[in-house]
Design a protein around this ligand. Structure first.
Ligand code: TYD
Ligand code: MG
Length: 451
């Protein structure tokens, strides 16, 4: 017996409606409804629906510690200490960013453990080629090229792997539903089916997902609700740094990040990002400074480069890579008003090393001194480091995690760090070998550095 039904499904948020609607009442997006034919076959689900039984909370044996060590400091960190058994991890990212590489590498690194890598996108030859490029051998890693969920599940049941990789969820479909692979109903149905299997058999799954042009996980937000953990792999295609961020994690914190570098033999873990993001040149150039920022829970020192030059034509240009342009304009206005710098007829270019993007406001002070340095053509000592948020009145505001920032600067051999005077409270200078300079106002920074 089959029931045929057509519904209109919002491709953004997954809400369905019996008729077409121009604007989704749930997510507010326009023109996102697509007609999908849903044929639900009455299926014998006895395999999956073993009758469950309610239990008292204190009778449940706690299994929170059952994690698989992924033998990767960065991946373990982001997942909160390894992959939890029976969990569903969704890994999202733009095409070509390195999702398949990251997961294949992980599967190969776990030597002697049975792992099933299902690919609906690439042929087995392609995956093998990539594996050869990565250069790790693991005879227990089993590859499967298949797109039908039912077939995949038969193999999973048969092989009983320690974990399963699905690359990607958008290419998988179930024959219980008649809409095309990648549509919201297919993704939802497949993920739910996988979830049911994962929980009942305590087998973790890693689902790879595409990102749409708006930068969200393609199709359904709904997928993010079903899975336990959502990781996002991001970075600039033209640079080699990749940041793995946890957006949702039922088994750990979401503030952790992992940093990788794309090389021609795969992804290399970067355990000390600061060393890479600071130039190794011994010379002092004007317009560069080093800022102590926090990404996730880690302190990272980043080199800031600014170039200020007289505008050749009409309206001066302002551009910033890795830094919010509105924030740059705000800092320039503060310099103009509070430190009496005439920058309104100057072009200002700003660049953060390595193509990283920084949202931490504590980078303000570093940006500000780099601009001053370039404008005055006076270099800042390579031994100085900066951290502080700049307010509209020109005051240097306190920032969070100050101890971590100072320690990182000390670890990398800086002799002095400039921080906000408001960070003084609770800070014991005697704990550090690095000298700490308190500044409260933009003018003060200027006087200390360039007078
Ligand atoms: P891939 O993992 O296929 O990306 P995704 O699955 O996210 O679409 O990675 C593709 C890019 O990575 C490709 O442009 C080539 C590059 N790459 C390297 O630079 N070195 C390597 O060792 C590998 C395997 C890929
Ligand atoms: Mg891929």
């Amino acid at each position: 017996m089959t029931k045929a039904k057509t519904t209109y499904v919002c491709q953004e948020c997954g809400v369905s409606s019996p008729k077409w609607i121009g604007r989704c009442p749930s997510c507010g997006k326009w023109n996102t409804y697509v007609e999908e034919v849903v044929i639900k076959k009455e299926k014998n689900r006895s395999n999956y629906n073993k009758l469950s039984k309610p239990v008292k909370i204190n009778e449940i044996v706690s299994e929170t510690t059952a994690r698989i060590d992924l033998r990767s400091i960065e991946l373990n960190r982001v997942l909160g200490g390894g992959m939890v058994k029976g969990s569903l991890v969704l890994l999202g990212g733009e095409p070509g960013i390195g999702k398949s590489t990251l997961i294949l590498q992980l599967s190969l690194r776990l030597k002697g453990r049975r792992i099933l890598y299902v690919s609906g996108e690439e042929s087995l030859q392609q995956i093998k080629l990539r594996g050869e490029r990565i250069g790790i051998k693991n005879d227990e890693c089993i590859l499967l090229s298949e797109t039908l969920l039912e077939n995949i599940m038969i193999h999973v049941d048969d092989i009983r792997p320690e974990f399963v990789v699905i690359d990607s969820i958008q290419t998988i479909s179930t024959d219980r539903i008649e809409s095309s692979p990648g549509s919201v109903s297919q993704i939802r149905e497949c993920t739910n089916e996988i979830l049911r299997y994962a929980k009942q058999n305590n087998t973790p799954f890693i689902l790879i997902g595409h990102i749409n042009k708006e930068g969200n996980l393609a199709g359904p937000k709904i997928l993010e609700h079903i899975v336990d953990t959502v990781l996002q792999f991001e970075g600039d295609q033209n640079h080699y740094y990749r940041i793995l961020r946890s957006i949702k994690n039922r088994f750990g914190s979401t503030s952790e990040i992992g940093i990788f570098e794309m090389q021609n033999t795969g992804l290399r873990e970067v355990n000390n990002a600061s060393e890479l993001l600071i130039s190794q040149s011994k010379e002092n150039y004007s317009g560069t400074s080093v800022a102590a920022t926090i990404e996730g829970n880690r302190a990272i020192l980043i080199e800031v480069q600014a170039l200020v030059s007289t505008a050749a034509y009409g309206t001066p240009q302002r551009s910033g890579t890795g830094f919010d342009l509105r924030r740059l304009n705000m800092l320039l206005a503060v310099l103009e008003k509070r430190a009496r710098f005439k920058l309104s007829n100057k072009d200002v270019f700003l660049n953060l090393a390595g193509g990283v993007k920084v949202n931490d406001p504590a980078i303000d002070l570093g940006v500000l001194v780099a601009i001053l340095s370039s404008d005055l053509n006076l270099s800042i000592s390579k031994d100085y480091c900066f951290t502080g948020e700049v307010g509209l009145t020109g005051e240097i505001r306190a920032v969070s995690h100050i101890d971590q920032r100072i320690s990182e600067a000390e670890k990398l051999g800086f002799s002095k760090i400039f921080i906000s005077g408001y960070n003084k409270k609770g800070l014991d200078k005697r704990n550090y070998k690095i000298s700490i300079e308190y500044v409260n106002k933009v003018e003060e920074v200027f006087n200390k550095l360039f007078r």
